[in-house]
Ligand binder design. Sequence first.
Ligand SMILES: O=C(O)CCC(=O)C(=O)O
Ligand SMILES: [Fe+2]
Length: 295
Amino acid sequence: MNYGVIYRNNEATFETSTANIFGFQAVNHGIESSFLDQVRELAREFFHLPTGEKQKYARPSDNFEGYGNDMVLFDNQLLDWVDRLYLLVHPQDQQKLRYWPENPVSFRDMLYDYTARLRHIENQLLKAMARSLSLPEDSFVMQFGERPSMYARFNYYPPCARPDLVVGLKPHADGSGITILLQDEQVEGLQLLKDNQWFRVPIMPYALVVNVGDQLEIMSNGIFKSPVHRALTNSTRERNTFAMFCAPDPAKEIGPVEELVDERRPRAFKKIKNYTESYFHYYQQVKRPIDAVRV
Ligand SMILES: O=C(O)CCC(=O)C(=O)O
Ligand SMILES: [Fe+2]
């Protein structure tokens, strides 16, 4: 597994080639450990509230935004062992504050703050990833547009009596451009699939796990890979993680960066808009939407 990013002088720089990477852990990203502790603490406090209190922010059955559990779209689908709070956090004028917890009291302020910090880190990473392929640094950022989306998903995995039978999150690849994940600082569970084998993603308490999502795989013409991953459950301890899905403006057409298309590496993906629109339709069937946009 390639975990090669190191921040230097406030700029993300990769130590090794990023070709074929699918994820890395970012350290020295500039977010103070105390703030990350606070983020985790507030997320835990929310999930530990009585059910009635959390239900105030419940998602409607036909939408994924709000508090709830796995959406059921098919009779025979696998169910994830997870509670989640899923919120659009950017662009700001599309936020639906009725789903944003007011309890714990500082939850909303934390989320505003965290979003702003991650927006900055997202930009730095996308530029560094472009530079690492000898592209103009705005090559990916430009495709994200002026109004990129950011979705926050807080995942709460309660202990599960049969971790041998039940997964926290079924195998999937993210539909984002990149996903920036704050893992639980103690309890492991995330695994990536490579060469038909599952590899654990080790805990680095204050690092941010960055996974390539499908849309960056498309933009990079397949040079970056969006990894299939899953989250396991365990029988004794709860696990809390917080994913931020950073994606292009759904109204903008995206596609492989022209400089990355040549005879040696022909165009691998079609141009597409609003990639994530039917994401859950695929997710619930453990299928990959990226297969539908291959050339
Ligand atoms: O909880 C984890 O470790 C993984 C989360 C994840 O993959 C997701 O939310 O898409
Ligand atoms: Fe994921």
